[in-house]
Design a binder for this molecule. Sequence first.
Ligand SMILES: [Zn+2]
Ligand SMILES: [Zn+2]
Length: 320
Amino acid sequence: MLYEDDSVQIKLWGVRGSLPSPLDPRDYRSRVHDVLKSASSIWKKEPDLSVEDVYSRLSPPLAGLVGGDTTCVEVRSGDEQLIFDMGTGARRLGYDMMARGQKGDLHVLMTHTHWDHIQGWPFFAPGFIPGNHVHFHSCIPDCEERFSRQQQFEFFPISFQDMMSDKTFHTYEQGDAFKVGSFDIQTESLIHPGGSTSYRVDRDGKTFIFATDTEFYGPELEDLIEEKKSFFKDADLLIMDAQYSLKESEQKIGWGHTAMVIAVDCAIEWGVKRLALTHHEPAHDDFTTYKLFEEALEHNKQYGDKLDLILARQGDVLEL
Ligand SMILES: [Zn+2]
Ligand SMILES: [Zn+2]
């Protein structure tokens, strides 16, 4: 057993969209500066507070990072595991799996193969271990060729085939359902350049949906939300693409991403209970991301706080 109980834990190993975006040294210095200023003003008022107390009072963008690694999400329950996408967050997930001695069958569910969803694979240590068997699930008929192409010698020194794990590709049609262990999984196509797949995971009466790289926008928005309702309906937790501000989504029609406030509209219309906003724009610093999140919270308030709204941050663990 990896966990003591049978609850479902969802760990976010990468929440950045499009491109890894590590913290720039200048941003780091300015962040430390703001932390020191904020902490010293707290201590001035209450000099007896411990470091931990002061830390807990810092504003969220000062107390932590949104995170720069691209999409990778791990779902675990007991000794069962699903991995969604192989963005750069998969590197740290791989180290973690090695450290806990996880071996055998691994299941990777691919939304699509844009760089930010595959780049972590050649750095995913369990993929190099003989005896491990990686099952790739997707709605992409040539998924294996796409992974192989990423590791042509001009781009990476070790070929996909030379990674020592066994690999099997399972291909579905959009709309198909399949099972991995005790997880019942349903696929659904999303609007995105080149297509993307959303996965609905049902287990023990609880539902988790992963829907990234999807564009909900345009004159047909209401129809689109209605069309997708039966798939997204009443999910306990939805992790959804929310890369843009509303203005950016107007400027970037056809780029395949959704504004935070529109993700809120969608989730409320679908009766979702908890919404985690992810695939953050790499050009946004954390203060901008939190500002958009504040707007999303405000938007949710206008609906009477129907949603439990979360900003997805690297390293967060959500429980189902
Ligand atoms: Zn992406
Ligand atoms: Zn994409």
